[in-house]
Write a protein that binds this ligand. Structure first.
Ligand code: 2P0
Length: 322
């Protein structure tokens, strides 16, 4: 029997990933750039145990369908040359499956814990590639701070990994998460972004512009230009949602409070408090804030009708064993 425990932090993309160039190896159609969040994380323990008849998994103490996790652990079993079944125990310190990137932190923590428990000594890059097999955004959660995920061009996925750009202390940005709904979303990201080439007339434009958006964001980050980083982030989020809305059938992830919070962010900016929103495949809004500005933004967002809760976080560290 061997066991390992890992913590990985959630992340929010500033330049968004949506769409796949290959589904089996989960290769993204576009690169992405994200910030890893200190205050939102998943703790996962993996136990390889000869006495188990089959794999099992619990999230937050509740038994869940193990199929997706078994498939993921099979990759590690094949690499390690073992056939032992696993018990997976995972806890998120935030709502699961509601657009707060629990699959990002979840599969990053699972990748690290499973590899370690299986006796594999993987480089951070190999861990990122492994995490990607579970969930595209999980490849980024292997690293802390600001992170870039490369779409890659090879068919084996060996160049589709994330890399750190800046660590958290180099530019201590803050993020306020405004929670507008605590329930799980109806359409998960994998389903939402499947077969986009035939389901959205906007998809080709989305893919064609991605490299320019990434280059602009790299330059803005290198210059520590918060205004440019924020404006690009808001643009990428709105473009992502335009793509989602254009998908047949149209994906509407926002609720009324999400839209109210978007307007509140723009009103704050007009009033001199510089912050920018981003939104993933769910109804929560995340406000990107310059260092030291998060508390003021959180106080404003808490007043928006329909905002149930706010969480203020700095940028988090690499995924790590515990
Ligand atoms: C992102 N999202 O870049 C984008 C923006 C949500 C909106 O990556 O199919 O759960 O497992 O690779 O990683 C969420 O998608 O999708 C996501 P799969 P994943 O963060």
């Amino acid at each position: 029997m061997s066991q390992a425990s890992a913590r990985a932090h959630s992340n929010i993309a500033l330049i968004k990933y949506w769409g796949k160039r290959q589904t089996h190896l989960n290769l993204p159609a576009v690169g992405s750039i994200s910030v890893t969040l200190d205050d939102l994380y998943t703790d996962t323990t993996v136990r390889f145990d000869d006495t188990l008849d089959g794999d099992c998994a619990r999230i937050g103490g509740a038994e869940v369908d193990v199929a997706r996790f078994s498939e993921f652990v099979d990759i590690v079993r094949a690499e390690a040359g073992i056939d032992t079944r696993v018990a997976i125990e995972s806890h998120n310190n935030f709502p699961t499956g509601a657009g707060l990137a629990s699959s990002a932190s979840g599969f990053a923590a699972l990748a690290l814990a499973t590899a370690d428990a299986a006796g594999l000594d993987l480089t951070p890059r190999a861990l990122s590639i492994l995490a990607r097999r579970g969930s595209g955004s999980a490849a980024r959660s292997i690293f802390g701070g600001l992170v870039e995920m490369h779409r890659g061009i090879t068919t084996d996925g060996s160049d589709a990994f994330a890399e750190p750009m800046l660590d958290a202390s180099s530019w201590p940005l803050e993020v306020v998460v405004a929670i507008t709904d605590n329930t799980s979303k109806k359409i998960n990201s994998t389903a939402g972004m499947s077969h986009l080439d035939t389901r959205s007339d906007y998809y080709e434009a989305w893919v064609n512009r991605a490299e320019d958006d990434l280059a602009d964001m790299r330059a803005a980050i290198a210059a520590r230009d918060f205004t440019a980083v924020g404006a690009l982030s808001e643009m990428s989020a709105l473009k992502l949602h335009a793509l989602m809305l254009s998908t047949r059938p149209g994906l509407i992830y926002w609720n009324a409070a999400t839209v109210s919070a978007m307007h509140a962010v723009r009103e704050m900016r007009a009033g001199g408090l510089e912050t920018y929103f981003t939104i993933d495949a769910g109804p929560q809004l995340k406000a990107l804030c310059a260092p030291g500005q998060g508390a003021a933004v959180a106080a404003e967002l808490a007043r928006v009708p329909g905002v149930l809760d706010t969480r203020l976080t700095g940028l988090g560290p690499n995924a790590h064993l515990r």
